[in-house]
Design a protein around this ligand. Structure first.
Ligand SMILES: [Zn+2]
Ligand SMILES: [Zn+2]
Length: 300
């Protein structure tokens, strides 16, 4: 069960009713935060997320709207009692930026471990049983998109267990992946469960120009969180120049990747009412949410 909360949905600068784009993902009592712009820690607080659960931080890139809130976040983490190591992941070159930002919070009660991921290949690492992949995006500076994949246990089928005559007290053990010996026969998990299920997948893509491989990267996402600076297609060219997309390009990625649902985020401050594009965008990809701050889902 993964809890996902959109901490903020704004691009460029925080607004009174729209914090900067950032995502909070919680699993097994540990949390992962993607990006930390100005005010992100206030938004975390407003959405009643527990800062003390924060275990890793992923940074997409070093534009101020994605990283300038880092020193304040680190100080607050220290104030809320964190003593175990905070791991920060981003692309090559970001460690130097983080170290400079930390000149205003040089003493913390916990260690920081910075992992720089390569830009020339899709990289993978495991956090909290979740496989995280990172892909280079096409922005005005180096930038990473992330996807999270969690394998789901197959569903236990009591009828199959009963057909082997297996006592109910062994069911939990079998479902957890252990084999048992019963009536001189080895019973394995796959003998008493249904077909394997697709993993839970969440993909986070911002900031980038459109490119077709994004659909492969987001393939079969249960949730695709994707940037859209404007709702109007008239902005496609202008946004491309600036390294961004409009809503319909994100909807195309959702459609082509066979994602289950799309949450739009990272709106231009000039886009005061993104919801007016609801009908238009749902005519391209019906399960689109023009997200507001605090959008939340539990994926099982
Ligand atoms: Zn941005
Ligand atoms: Zn940017």
């Amino acid at each position: 069960m993964i809890d996902v909360t959109l901490v903020g949905t704004g691009g460029m600068l925080p607004l009174p009713d729209r914090w900067l784009a950032s995502l909070w993902l919680e699993y097994n009592g540990k949390a992962c935060l993607i990006d930390c712009g100005e005010g992100t820690q206030i938004a975390i607080n407003q959405h009643k997320l527990k800062l003390s659960h924060l275990d890793i931080l992923l940074i997409t890139h070093t534009h101020a709207d994605h990283i300038s809130g880092l020193p304040g976040l680190l100080l607050s983490l220290g104030n809320c009692g964190k003593t175990d190591t905070l791991k920060i992941y981003s692309h090559k070159g970001v460690a130097a930026v983080i170290k400079k930002l930390m000149c205003i919070c040089p003493v913390l009660p916990f260690d920081i471990e910075i992992h720089e991921l390569p830009l020339n290949e899709i990289s993978h690492f495991i956090w909290n049983d979740i496989d995280i992949s990172a892909i280079r995006l096409n922005h005005s500076i180096d930038c990473l998109g992330y996807s999270f994949t969690l394998n789901r246990k197959p569903v236990f089928n009591p009828q199959k267990a009963i057909s082997f005559g297996i006592d109910v007290r062994y069911w939990k053990k079998l479902h957890s992946g252990d084999s048992i010996e019963f009536n001189n026969q080895i019973i394995t998990t796959d003998m008493v469960t249904d077909n394997p299920r697709l993993p839970i997948k969440i993909t986070y893509i911002t900031d980038t120009r459109y490119f077709s491989y994004l659909s492969d990267f987001a393939e079969n996402s249960d949730l695709l969180v994707c940037e859209g600076m404007y709702g109007d297609d008239d902005y496609i060219e202008k946004m491309h120049e600036k390294g961004h997309m409009v809503f319909s390009q994100s909807a195309k990625i959702a459609l082509d990747s066979h994602s289950k649902r799309l949450w739009l985020t990272h709106y231009s401050p000039a886009l005061t009412n993104p919801h007016e594009y609801n009908d238009f965008i749902r005519s391209i990809f019906p399960d689109t949410t023009i997200s507001s701050d605090g959008e939340h889902i539990t994926l099982k």
